[in-house]
Every structure is written in C-alpha cells, then in structure tokens.
Ligand binder design. Structure first.
Ligand code: FES
Ligand code: FES
Length: 161
C-alpha cells in the first residue's frame, strides 16, 4: 500500500508492506541513523521523534504514521553547522561506538524543546529508555547540559542583534 510520510520536513510517498515497522521503512529509504538494537522496544537505538515526541520505531507500525511529522537524526544540523546537541556530544566525549547516539540525541532534543533548563534528574528521566553500552552516561548527561547552555546563549545572542 502507498502512504505519504513527512520525514525531516519532506513529504515522501512510499510503498509499504502490511505490518511494516517504521524502523524498516526508514532504514530502507536511507535514514540509516535509525538503528536496530533489540527490536522489542527496550534499548532506544531506534528512537525517532513523531510530532516532536520520542517514539520507538521498532515497535511502531508505519501505517500509523500518515499525517505525522517524523524526525530522524538526519534532520538535525548539517556537516557545516551541527545542531548544538551534536556539537556538545562530540565536545564532551559522549560518543564512543556511536550506536546509541542518534536515539540519545533525539530523546534529548524532545526534552530540551520542552524544558530549556533541565536538571540532572530531568535528563536521566528523559533518557530512561535509552541504553548505552560504552559511555557510562556521565558524558552524555554533561553533553545535554552543555547543549542546553549553548542553545540559550545562541538564542540570547540572536535576540540582542
Ligand atoms: S531497537 Fe527499538 S528499542 Fe531497541
Ligand atoms: S556510544 Fe556505544 S552504545 Fe553508546
């Protein structure tokens, strides 16, 4: 069946199988940042944003995604201008193997879009469903705090120009 999806602000009409999961749809159309980890909703590797809310693509049916805005990591920043979260994850050493990173950054984006000054507890709660086997989380939490600061500073600079 054909379905029109809005992925990173672009509309795409694609053919999907009955019962196809969003993880498979996105990966097969080039959105390789969306990672397969557990396939059963327990690791956060496949996390994307749907209408700004975190959603696990491995347990989401693509057929339910018509008229929704899907955001993957490919929709954040560019090579020339990284999103503050991408910048701070790199600066704080929060990326090791990188497998968990797209899901972590998108979960953090959903948090910062609602709460520009999150506490450590807020961050831990937002990342509750995301597993990282490499970093021990400390650098990730530091990176999210740094990104919140960067976003505020840039907004202040912009508004005083
Ligand atoms: S692959 Fe989706 S939560 Fe693990
Ligand atoms: S950086 Fe390797 S799983 Fe998180």
């Amino acid at each position: 069946m054909n379905i029109t999806l809005t992925i990173n602000d672009l509309n795409k009409t694609i053919d999907i199988r009955p019962g196809e999961k969003l993880l498979d749809t996105l990966r097969s159309h080039g959105y390789k940042s969306v990672k397969y980890g557990c396939g059963e909703g327990t690791c956060g590797s496949c996390l994307v944003l749907v209408d700004g809310e975190p959603r696990l693509a491995c347990i989401t049916f693509t057929a339910q995604m018509a008229d929704k805005a899907i955001t993957t990591l490919e929709g954040l920043g560019t090579f020339d201008e990284l999103h503050p979260l991408q910048e701070s994850f790199l600066a704080e050493g929060a990326v090791q193997c990188g497998y968990c990173t797209p899901g972590m950054i998108l979960a953090a984006k959903a948090l910062l879009d609602k709460n520009s000054d999150p506490s450590e507890e807020d961050i831990k709660k937002a990342l509750d469903g995301n597993r990282c086997r490499c970093t021990g989380y400390t650098a990730i939490i530091r990176a999210i705090k740094k990104a919140a600061e960067l976003i505020k500073t840039r907004q202040n600079n912009f508004s005083t120009k």
